[in-house]
Ligand binder design. Structure first.
Ligand SMILES: Nc1nc2c(c(=O)[nH]1)N[C@H]1C(S)=C(S)[C@@H](COP(=O)(O)OP(=O)(O)OC[C@H]3O[C@@H](n4cnc5c(N)ncnc54)[C@H](O)[C@@H]3O)O[C@H]1N2
Ligand code: MOO
Length: 403
């Protein structure tokens, strides 16, 4: 194996075998260089990552705006009503003088000279005269640039383009954003025992990972382009499939990470002089997972074939790698109190399915690395370090689901 690979901020000499769980996440993130940016219409930029900071091209709001339906008033009341201004129009009849008022809609520009807006509920109108409690100066007026003055920083490079940012960018004059597209991911599922449909026959196993991984990749910010099933035999099948993976930034290989006669992944990577980033992680399950870069080509993430181990490994290496490729920071995991029957593993982080009620994570009964029942009924993974003692908070991975 190649041992002199410089990766990320770790320097060439860090041993990349049996890495502590958090260190493996950091290395996977630091190894990636962000994919080249594109210019995308706002609707196409949704969910992507900003490739550059954005600043307000126009103040938000763009003009002094009424926050209430009522009367824009100047000076002390009562006031003479001398016209109306509605949202989408402007007052063109000069500055109001003390004692004058203009009927105004929410969202309309406040006429020059007006001090405040008197809401319609507080106003008493007789013909062209309106009276009511004297509003404090500036009351119910949103000042131009109050949310963001022209030139103000709206979001830094690496920020997630969420719904609120899209609305803010539009408010501040943007039609397009410079963003990083989702890194492309191809998924190679190995294992001659696997079947893709129906009930498994003798010795057969239904493929759990082909259906699981595309949505997992999407939830981590990647684009799952293909799931291909690769036979264990003849030898060289996996190498040919990797070769044929095309333009993807990431190839995920499931199975084939262990030491069995059909497990070809490590030798394939060594034959290709891959740059090793992580080769095994001190966690349970998911120990045999790996990450290496092919020369001038994609990253290869090896996930163990055991389905729960694959889920844990994807959250260890694939998520951070995709964050790095997207130009995002390494996601900071909340640290939360943990309850339930927790047993630590000597020298390894145990990653346990858990439920999260907003205050405490509760581990679910352990079923082992092959079984998804815990993760499917829980909504989080709790990373329990080897030195955990009751009362210690643990990092929590929240499994994606709608609010
Ligand atoms: N002698 C040793 N054997 C094993 C070791 C070891 O250290 N020494 N490690 C074990 C651990 S831990 C894991 S995890 C697995 C990793 O195995 P592979 O990544 O090589 O995967 P396979 O051997 O192909 O499969 C393991 C297991 O998972 C089932 N599987 C595989 N793919 C799927 C799929 N897409 N859907 C559902 N189930 C799948 C497969 O049938 C096996 O039962 O190695 C251990 N062995
Ligand atoms: O480490 Mo394996 O991933 O326990 O099942």
């Amino acid at each position: 194996m190649i041992s002199d690979t410089a990766v990320g901020d770790s320097g060439p000499d860090e041993d990349f075998h049996d890495l502590p769980w958090q260190r493996a996440r950091e290395r996977a993130h630091a190894a990636a260089r962000p994919v080249p940016p594109i210019v995308a219409e706002l609707d196409r930029a949704a969910g992507l990552t900003l490739a550059e900071e954005i600043t307000a091209r126009t103040p938000a709001p763009a003009f002094d705006t009424s926050a209430m339906d009522g009367f824009a008033v100047a000076g002390p009341g009562s006031w003479q009503v001398c016209g109306a201004v509605r949202a989408g129009t402007v007052w063109t009849r000069g500055a109001l003088e003390a004692g004058q008022a203009v009927e105004i809609s929410t969202g309309a520009p406040v006429p020059p000279g007006a001090d405040a807006v008197l809401p319609v509920e507080l106003a008493v109108r007789h013909a062209d005269l309106v009276s009511g409690p004297q509003p404090a100066k500036g009351r119910h007026i949103r000042l131009a640039g109050e949310d963001a003055p022209a030139g103000a920083l709206l979001a830094a490079a690496g920020g997630w383009v969420g719904p609120a940012l899209l609305g803010l960018a539009a408010s501040c004059g943007y039609d397009t954003l410079r963003v990083r597209p989702r890194p492309r991911v191809r998924i190679l599922v190995t294992g001659d025992e696997l079947v893709r449909h129906g009930l498994p026959g003798p010795g057969q196993v239904r493929d759990a990972l082909g259906p699981m991984l595309p949505s997992l990749v999407e939830s981590m910010g990647g684009r799952a382009e293909e799931v291909r099933h690769v036979p264990d035999r003849p030898e060289g099948s996996l190498a040919a499939a990797v070769e044929a993976a095309g333009e993807a930034e990431v190839i995920v290989v499931t199975g084939s990470t262990s030491v069995g006669v059909t497990d070809q992944l490590r030798s394939l990577l060594d034959d290709r002089a891959a740059r090793w980033v992580v080769d095994t992680v001190a966690c349970r399950p998911g120990h045999p997972q790996l990450l290496a870069g092919l020369d001038g080509g994609p990253w290869v993430v090896g996930l163990p074939g055991n389905p729960y181990a694959a889920l844990v490994a994807a959250h260890t290496l694939l998520g951070p790698l995709l964050a790095g490729l997207s130009g995002r920071g390494l996601p900071v995991l909340p640290r939360v109190p943990l309850a339930g029957d927790v047993r630590v593993a000597v020298g390894r982080t145990r990653v346990l399915p858990a439920t999260w009620d907003g205050a405490v994570a509760r581990v679910l009964a352990e079923r082992g690395s092959a079984f998804l029942n815990g993760a499917a009924s829980g909504d989080a993974l709790a990373a329990v370090p080897p030195d955990w003692t009751p009362g210690d908070a643990v990092p929590l991975v929240l499994l994606a689901r709608p609010f």
